[in-house]
Design a protein around this ligand. Structure first.
Ligand code: ADP
Ligand code: ASP
Ligand code: MG
Length: 393
């Protein structure tokens, strides 16, 4: 059988952990399986590389930044091949160029187009464990690209699909997907299974646990994704479409990495409005909750991920100096589960908790599988805990 496994940064963070992963993969190999392993960069090394780049140039070229950060994954796969070699098992590391992992040209956020499988298959036929760099690709001019932060998950599911694997394992420091981040709420419970739509909502709302695009790839090619822990053998969570109908809150995500921006200017013009929007889009800054609350002047509010803040402030400084701007750190909570819109009790209970805690939402969105609330300020984990107790436990 062909087994595709992905291990994240924490799982390969030091020598002992690399050897632990090597041994786990060798067990599969010694049972006669073909084993393909996708790896992320060790520990926090991607952050360290980005800091090095910014230290030498605060606005580095996107091409050179991708060239730099992809070295992190190359360190992991080559060390892993050496670790496996030291344990007497033949292994080969391959980067995106060697595999031929084709992506679009967009540095920092490229999309996978096609993965050639010949090289991987040849190496497997020679009974080697194949170690593939996650997160990276090559564009049509052979430039190195990256898939966006956390993108190794997407590499892994795409490799599993290209090789027609039955499923894709994603190993990390948690033994599955929980009813909320177990590092924020200790009573969070592990889920046995989730649909692709539910998992996509959880990931897109900012739970770090899986890269949202890996779920889209899994859904498209019907690859079940099994999340497990690198550090124990407990059963994990399987993401697939099995349950026909269900109305239940599965998971709650609280995202604190959001900024509420307000821009004011005495004159309103649609040109100015479009200019702001287009300028941000050109710079890869994605906005949500965009509202202009006056028709006489410009009074625009919107939210964006905190990671965009520095870049956004630079743009304001250079292109829109005339604006009066304010920034606040805020939170968003998303309650996720199929069909929850059909059970008004869930929305009522949620609003009750907001009322008791005197919290004022700035927006409330609902759809078939999600209730999402954005707040005016940062909210504490105790609110998450109260919602969790009421809606899940
Ligand atoms: P890796 O580095 O292996 O890619 P990540 O750090 O990206 O792993 O993802 C694992 C982390 O996701 C956990 O440490 C946990 O804090 C966080 N997380 C957030 N929400 C959830 C959730 N609902 N279930 C499990 N883990 C979650
Ligand atoms: N090393 C990359 C990052 O830190 C990719 C990944 O971990 O999946 O974002
Ligand atoms: Mg990750």
């Amino acid at each position: 059988m062909l087994i595709v496994k992905k291990f994240g940064g924490t799982s390969v963070g030091n020598k002992e952990r690399i050897l632990n992963v090597a041994k786990r993969c060798i067990e599969d190999y010694q049972k006669g399986n073909d084993v393909v392993v996708v790896l992320s960069a060790m520990g926090k090394s991607t952050d360290e590389l980005i800091n090095m780049a910014k230290d030498i140039n605060p606005t580095p070229s996107k091409r050179e930044l991708d060239m730099l950060v992809t070295t992190g994954e190359q360190v992991s796969v080559s060390l892993m091949a050496m670790a496996m070699g030291s344990l007497g098992v033949p292994a080969i590391s391959l980067n995106a160029f060697q595999v031929a992992m084709h992506t679009t040209h967009r540095y920092g956020n490229a999309q996978l187009k096609r993965i050639d499988t010949d090289r991987i298959r040849n190496e497997l036929e020679q009974r080697k464990i194949v170690l593939v760099t996650g997160f990276q690709g090559i564009d049509k001019f052979d430039n190195v690209t990256t898939l966006g932060r956390g993108g190794s998950d997407t590499t892994a599911v795409a490799v599993a699909s290209a090789l027609n694997a039955k499923h894709c394992y994603i190993f990390s420091d948690v033994d599955g997907i929980y009813t909320t981040d177990p590092n924020k709420v200790t009573v969070a419970k592990k889920l046995e299974t989730l649909s692709y739509v539910e998992m996509l909502d959880i990931a897109s709302e900012g739970a770090k646990v899986l890269h949202n695009r890996c779920i889209e790839v899994g859904q498209k090619f019907k690859i079940p994704i099994i999340t497990k822990s690198t550090f124990n053998n407990k059963a994990g969570t399987i993401i697939q479409d099995k349950i026909i109908e269900d109305t239940k809150v599965k998971s709650i995500v609280k995202n604190d990495n959001i900024i509420l921006v307000n821009l004011k200017y005495e004159n309103y013009s649609i040109q100015l409005f479009n200019q702001i929007y287009n300028c941000l889009l050109d710079n890869g800054i994605i906005l949500a909750n965009f509202i202009n609350s006056s028709i006489h002047s410009l009074d625009v509010s919107f939210t964006m991920k905190s990671v965009y803040l520095n870049k956004f402030q630079n743009i304001l400084e250079t292109e829109f100096k005339m604006f009066n701007s304010t920034f606040s750190n805020i939170s968003r909570i998303a309650i996720i589960g199929h069909g929850i819109m059909h059970d008004d009790k869930i929305l009522r209970q949620t609003l009750d908790i907001l009322k008791i805690n005197e919290l004022e939402p700035i927006s409330l969105e609902t759809n078939e599988s999600k209730i999402a609330i954005t707040f005016k300020e940062k909210i504490s984990n105790s609110i998450l805990e109260q919602l969790h107790t009421k809606l899940i436990v």
